[in-house]
Write a protein that binds this ligand. Structure first.
Ligand SMILES: NC(=O)C1=CN([C@@H]2O[C@H](COP(=O)(O)OP(=O)(O)OC[C@H]3O[C@@H](n4cnc5c(N)ncnc54)[C@H](OP(=O)(O)O)[C@@H]3O)[C@@H](O)[C@H]2O)C=CC1
Ligand SMILES: CC(C)(CO)C(=O)C(=O)O
Length: 310
């Protein structure tokens, strides 16, 4: 299977690295100093389990050099999906599968606005990883895992083939019974902790210590469930309870990747997280005051981060 990794950061670099290590033909789209380093010395992955270096078949920032892939794994941030989808149109074929692994609820929907339905899968992943320096990915914590599937949840031959490819590469993965529900279950957790984390600039254990902030997190999550339900996603009280069990179990010092982006003054996924809930709430006639508070408080910082990163 020919695999294209678009965006070789914490997520794309780790999973792409594992696939290349297993012998798959992997092409990587990267840019700048990171690309230079990968071309020169390969991509090093320092994981909690193992350290290895891979040399992709091709590392480039030029899609015109890329052969039609069987599978594209998107490792960019959520807000970059529309642009990347437009770009990859020129290299994908009838049978190419495009798998988004981003956090956020509507990554597959965004792909569907630009790419034919037959090319789009849906997915998510769990890992804590980042670019430590150009050419090096650090997998710092969490047993990495991918959950994915067809957008209509049919267990087609092609998703079973992808499942086998991930298995062969030693990537823990599963084909979801209901991929939209899985995406929203993770979104419920990540959006609930990320915005408040970015705003308070402390780790989850510190947020938990404040009754006011704990209550705000719960209100954020309840609004998300209302929006999800109005969209036909069966998030329930059980998912709410489970999410807070996970929040309560996070060890000292835990922060989410989007919170870290906000704290470092980088462009973040705020629009795709609390911003998305506010906007969907407006469309669906659902009040989302907790998400709106977080979103509006963080938005000036987000605008500033985007203006200075131009
Ligand atoms: N990291 C983690 O632990 C986890 C992240 N996620 C989610 O996964 C997604 C990816 O996050 P993460 O891997 O952390 O992000 P990173 O910022 O580490 O990686 C994204 C990479 O994509 C590159 N990129 C973006 N646009 C282009 C382009 N046009 N051409 C070439 N390269 C490009 C970026 O380059 P540049 O830096 O130059 O912009 C960067 O190297 C997010 O949705 C995140 O929420 C989910 C689970 C865990
Ligand atoms: C919660 C976690 C660490 C799990 O993958 C994550 O998705 C993130 O930090 O963005």
């Amino acid at each position: 299977m020919k695999i294209l990794i678009y965006g070789v950061g914490g997520v794309g670099g780790y999973f792409g690295g594992k696939l290349a290590k297993a012998g798959y033909e992997v092409t990587m789209i990267a840019r700048g100093k990171h690309l230079e380093a990968i071309r020169k010395d390969g991509l090093e992955i320092e994981s909690i389990d193992e350290t290895f270096t891979i040399h992709p078949k091709l590392a480039t920032d030029d899609l015109s050099e890329v052969e039609t892939p069987d599978l594209v794994i998107l490792g960019v941030k959520s807000w970059q999906i529309p642009q990347v989808a437009s770009e990859i149109k020129s290299v994908i074929g009838d049978k190419t599968m495009v798998l988004p692994l981003q956090n956020g609820a509507d990554n597959a929907e965004k792909l569907l606005e630009i790419l034919p339905k037959k090319n789009v899968l849906a997915g998510l992943c769990f890992i804590i990883s980042y670019i430590e320096k150009p050419g090096k990915i650090k997998h710092a914590a969490y047993e990495p895992r991918i959950t994915f599937g067809e957008i209509d949840n049919v267990k087609t031959e092609r998703v079973q083939e992808v499942h086998q490819v991930f298995e062969n590469a030693g990537i823990s993965n599963s084909i979801a019974e209901n991929i939209q529900l899985e995406i929203w279950k993770k979104f419920l957790f990540i959006c609930t902790v990320s915005g408040i984390g970015g705003l308070t600039r402390v780790s989850i254990d510190k947020i938990r210590e404040s009754d006011y902030l704990y209550d705000l997190m719960q209100k954020t999550a309840r609004e998300m469930i209302a929006v999800a339900n109005a969209k036909g996603i069966p998030l329930s009280e059980e998912h709410f309870q489970k999410t807070f069990e996970i929040i309560n179990a996070q060890p000292e010092g835990t922060t989410a990747s989007t919170q870290r982006d906000i704290m470092q003054g980088k462009p973040s996924e705020l629009e795709n997280f609390n911003g998305y809930i506010v906007k969907e709430g407006e469309k669906l006639g659902i009040e989302t005051p907790a998400n709106k508070l977080i979103y509006e408080c963080l938005k000036p910082m987000e605008n500033q981060a985007r203006n200075t990163s131009k």
